[in-house]
Write a protein of this length. Sequence first.
Length: 445
Amino acid sequence: MAASRYKQLVDALASGIRSGELAAGVRLPTHRGLAAREGIAVVTATRVYAELEAMGLVSREQGRGTFVRDIAVPAGHGIDQQAVATDTVDLSFNYPSLPGQADLLRQALREVAASGDLDSLLRYQPHRGRPQDRASVARHLRRRGITTDADRILLTSGAQHGLAVTVMAALNAGDVVAVDALTYPGFKVLAHAFHLDLEPIPATTDGPDLDALEKLCATRPVRAIYTMPTLHNPLGWVMPATDRARLIEIARRYGPLIIEDAPYAYLVENPPPPLAATAPDITVYVSGLSKSIATGLRVGFVVAPPSRVPSLERAIRATTWNTPALTTAIACRWLDDGTVERLEAEKREDARARQALAGQELAGLPLIGHPSSYFAWLPLPDDARADRLTATLARQHISVSTAEPFTTSTHTPQALRLALGSTDPDRLRSTLRTVRRVAIEDAYA
């Protein structure tokens, strides 16, 4: 088939989708069906659909076919989502805030301004943070079950930056990384940017399928295991202690590095010990204060084996040089005076109340979530279309996420991920009622 003819077909289908002639949710012909209709080879039909998918105009679902996307809303509403309109309720991103946090910032700024070392905040800082600031983080981590010294801690500009420098320091293009079949979209973005080979691990009810993980490690050269054992995003599981021990045993036997991501771990009271506490020699622990304090406070931290600290420090130097001194000073002041501990306790209560509210308003639907989580997962029937629900809700000024940004396997489940922490409780209640009504009408009818 001539290249011009191939491009003409792509352009014709793209034009039909953009004009609305091919409506959102329409199932397109099979690859063989398109080939027969257009008089082209099946391999060419596959290329046509692949290009349309790369353009964000169609989605392919294993065993179901190829469907037209609703392009009126951002694909999936994941990490690449644009800022929502001011009249839209945002259930796609979490930025939980408590009353009085702005006053805390005003007071902290006054205290920093009155401190004796203000001039030092105007200078370059050590790449991995000042010793006294890393010591503050070490004291904070002891409450999370991690006993470490300041020399193993590096400060970053948020947990996402912590993940980025970990990938830069520990992995190379083409490296195989085991991840959950549903995982944090921010790590997917990093994997794409650094050309990592993500291998999805299926989920059980309370963690990854460790038999599948072991089989993968036995058959492929897995360089790292990316995991969220305490309050998984988006499914909310807390991995039992026995499973944590087995995951560590698999890592020790086959050699991959464990990357433990723990931004929401503070919401769980008395969880099993972090992997970094049990296996500090093979685990890089990444977390921060954006979720527990404020999303605008971009202070994260990485705890690493001593042998990996120099390469992580070089990655920080290459990306940000150092975490901004002013935000670090405020964050560590709050770590030391108990403000962080108090806010975390208050947000645990807030998250529990919101999760309970979601359970009430979405009663009867198969909601999945941890009792003290700021997000919930709503699976849909196999014949439902999550992108159609997303578009319907967008027209009612409600922003939600589909499963697509979280999916690492070839099969994208039909589901919605609901972020519960970004609007006031009364508005959240009425919004969830709308979500329930739309879900029942469009998916469960």
